[in-house]
Design a protein around this ligand. Sequence first.
Ligand code: ATP
Length: 134
Amino acid sequence: MSTIRLEIVTPERKVYDDDVNMVIVRGVEGELGILPKHAPFVTPLVISAMRIKKGKEEQIVAISGGFLEVSQNKVVVLAEAAELPEEIDVNRALAAKERAEKRLAQSSAEELDFKRAQLALQRALNRISVAEKK
Ligand code: ATP
């Protein structure tokens, strides 16, 4: 089976670096499957679970936004934050979810705080959902 190199990096660390068969991500324009020899391509990513297919295995990674670039049979994901399921502290994500929900209840939709809380809630829900799949 042919492969494509996948690197997931954040400002803090390298989260993933391996040859894989397929990468499925959620870009701003929707879900996208990337196979070996994909044409050069760049897209912003939304907060979502990224899926990596390697042989018979599927790995899932929580991505908190960023960019994806495909070039020369290599996918580079530059994520604001990214965690494998076993790295996720579920209690921390549950606490972040509660904080965000409180802030959403206390601010109105026009406020910057509201938007910030919405994103924090999305990150927390994404982490909780990815952690369930370990
Ligand atoms: P919190 O309010 O709990 O810090 P956050 O969504 O604001 O959550 P981020 O700013 O997205 O956190 O991430 C900061 C760093 O903390 C990143 O390195 C990220 O991987 C890590 N991180 C955030 N939440 C968790 C979690 N629940 N489990 C493990 N690592 C986490």
